[in-house]
Design a protein around this ligand. Structure first.
Ligand code: GLN
Length: 248
């Protein structure tokens, strides 16, 4: 069920996050250690978004398995960033296979990812979608649950919500409308990462000047800490807070 990660800290190569770790996203694309809720591999696409200096993030997304991309490893070796969000995808049955369905989704400073599934999709979310501007619906990047979740989060961000509130409110609304959904969301603006833990695993590894959040630890470093289900994590390179989520 998809795997994602986010990093904030001193600039590092994308390769050191994606390809070098023994259980990094490359390995997780064919042999994840902790898959839940169906699916065995994450071969339906992948994406990475990073912040070049002070600019808005750029993305590299593909609809193919990460292991079959022969271009990215070289690029990743020479691309440094101090803020990164990346994901590998295991498409939910019935959802399209296209690079636009691979996280991260983006707007302006924001990068977003969803690890999970919305139960009863799409009917269960019709009442929530009705609260979005029609323009957001007709310009939805791809008809997947994750793209609609991004539209719901983005709508709150555009209205000025703090990122943690935008995620927490969206998780509360969706879990009420579609009980049993798995809603591990990840959102960053390059300075703060917020993550919900609702139905899937999430682990955190901190150093004095960096933070990593990942669906599963990408190595056996004893510094990885699992985050309990039902929590919202708000992290910067220098600190970390958690609070309870409201789940149906
Ligand atoms: N449901 C989403 C999709 O199909 C996310 C899938 C996942 O987390 N495995 O893209």
């Amino acid at each position: 069920m998809c795997r994602h990660l986010a990093y904030l800290g001193p600039p590092v190569s994308l390769r050191s996050l994606l390809f070098d770790p023994p259980y990094g996203l490359l390995r997780q694309s064919w042999a994840p250690r902790d898959m839940r809720g169906g699916g065995t591999i994450n071969a339906d696409g992948f994406g990475v978004g990073w912040y070049p200096g002070d600019g808005d993030p750029v993305r590299y997304r593909r609809a193919q398995p990460m292991w079959s991309d022969t271009t990215l490893p070289e690029l990743a070796g020479v691309t440094l960033a101090g803020a990164v969000l990346a994901a590998v995808r295991s498409a939910t049955v019935g959802m399209p296979l296209h690079e636009t369905a691979a996280a991260p989704f983006a707007e302006g400073r924001w990068l977003f990812s969803h690890n999970g599934v919305v139960r009863g999709w799409p009917d269960s979310l019709v009442p929530l979608a009705a609260g979005l501007p029609v323009r957001d619906l007709v310009t939805l990047e791809v008809p997947t649950d994750s793209a609609l979740l991004w539209a719901l989060v983005r709508h709150r961000l555009r209205a000025g919500a703090a990122p943690g509130d935008a995620l927490a409110e969206t998780v509360a609304a969706v879990s009420a409308a579609a009980p049993g959904s798995r809603l591990n969301l990840l959102l960053t603006d390059g300075a703060t990462v917020v993550a919900s833990v609702a139905g899937h695993a999430l682990s955190v590894r901190r150093t004095p000047d960096s933070v990593l959040l990942a669906s599963e630890p990408f190595d056996d470093d004893p510094g990885w800490r699992p985050v309990p289900d039902g929590r919202l994590v708000v992290a910067t390179a220098g600190g970390l807070d958690t609070r309870e989520l409201t789940l149906a």
